[in-house]
Ligand binder design. Structure first.
Ligand code: PMP
Length: 351
């Protein structure tokens, strides 16, 4: 730290992204990327847009907004695009949390939430998930705080029902509830339709996973006009051109290529179920994930050892060495061939 770093950030503990090795060629199952390339239409449209990178991008993202409104059945003032969904989550902490509106989220969830809270000087509370990592909606009823829930959750992949979400949203009318749906397309139930009923619900999604665009950085949020207006105030006070033109064009292509998107989501869900069955038959404990990853603990094999032994065999998974998670690893669902290689590697290690 230099002597110039602002005191207000002195104790900040930054988020640690999953490894992105460039030299060694791993079977990379550690950051929940898609094994499939982006839609060819998205790639074509991005390439065409790149011919005009001399111009600023459209701060209103009009073409993208139009395509998304059609797909999601929302109005143009009910949606906002951001540089990955991390950006809209940060905007939500900035816009809807302060000392009077502290944040609350589960003890086990996306590791960026406490970082955003600290970055913005927001006090927060965590609520323990149950022993089996499931979330009890009653814990959040009438909370009186700004609530952040990932559904499906990370790193467990577990979901809560739309009825439970509605119970939480309806019982906290004076606080914003943020439902982070980064993984919803792989088998979850989206809360987007509820934004028309509740003015305190913000739903965030991303193009990083189900639309194979992690490198493009494109996220979005859905909410009533008032909430989206507040988030726009933050966007226009930080970076009005937060979506670059190539990404914007790729996003339009990805939204239009519905068949490609659906096929990939189904394929990943199918491969997830295959992999889960294999791991269960090897004696693993595996959560009933609806995301593009599994959360699994090997029998009599510490999580960290399995992570390191798989890495030595050229397979990268994600390990979290914290008391409740240390037995487990989070394994991204890759292609069927990659998952067959994973299972073969695990079998040889267990033997
Ligand atoms: N929410 C959750 C639960 C995530 O796991 C991630 C991925 N790290 C994100 C949001 C952010 O993804 P992105 O910024 O790529 O949209």
């Amino acid at each position: 730290m230099s002597r110039f770093f602002s005191e207000k950030y002195a104790s900040l503990v930054p988020y640690v992204p999953g490894e992105q090795p460039k030299k060694t060629k791993y079977i990379k199952l550690n950051t929940n990327e898609s094994p499939f390339p982006p839609s060819p239409l998205a790639v074509d449209m991005a390439a065409k847009a790149a011919e005009h990178l001399e111009l600023y991008s459209d701060p209103e993202c009009r073409e993208l907004v139009e395509a998304a409104c059609e797909y999601y059945g929302v109005e143009k003032d009910e949606i906002l695009f951001t540089n990955g969904s991390d950006e809209i989550l940060n905007f939500a902490f900035m816009a809807f949390c302060d000392r009077q509106h502290p944040a609350v989220f589960p003890d086990i969830t996306y590791g960026f939430y406490p970082v955003f809270a600290d970055l913005n000087g927001v006090p927060y509370e965590t609520i323990p998930l149950k022993e089996d990592f499931s979330l009890d909606a009653s814990d959040y009823v009438g909370m009186g705080k700004t609530i952040f829930i990932a559904n499906p959750n990370a790193p467990t992949g577990l979901t809560i029902s739309l009825a439970e979400i509605e119970r939480i949203v309806a019982s906290n009318p004076d606080n914003v509830v943020v439902i982070d749906e980064a993984y919803v397309d792989f088998g979850g139930e989206s809360a987007v339709p509820l934004i028309h009923k509740y003015d305190n619900l913000l739903v965030t999604q991303t193009f990083s996973k189900s639309r194979s665009m992690a490198g493009a950085r494109l996220g979005m949020g859905f909410g009533c006009r008032g909430l989206i207006g507040d988030l726009n105030a933050i966007k226009y006070s930080t970076n009005p051109y937060n979506i670059n033109s190539a990404t914007m064009a790729a996003g339009v292509g990805a939204l239009k290529d519905v068949a490609y998107f659906r096929k990939n989501c189904l394929e990943i869900a199918k491969t997830r179920e295959w992999t889960r069955e294999q791991l269960l038959s090897l004696g693993f404990r595996v959560t009933n994930s609806k995301a593009n990853f599994l959360f699994a603990a090997a029998p009599n094999y510490p999580g960290k050892d399995l992570y390191l032994d798989l890495k030595a065999k050229g397979i990268l998974v994600r390990h979290f060495e914290t008391p409740r998670l240390k037995d487990f690893n989070r394994i991204t669902i890759g292609s069927q061939a990659q998952m067959e290689a994973l299972i073969a590697a695990i079998k040889s290690l267990l033997a």
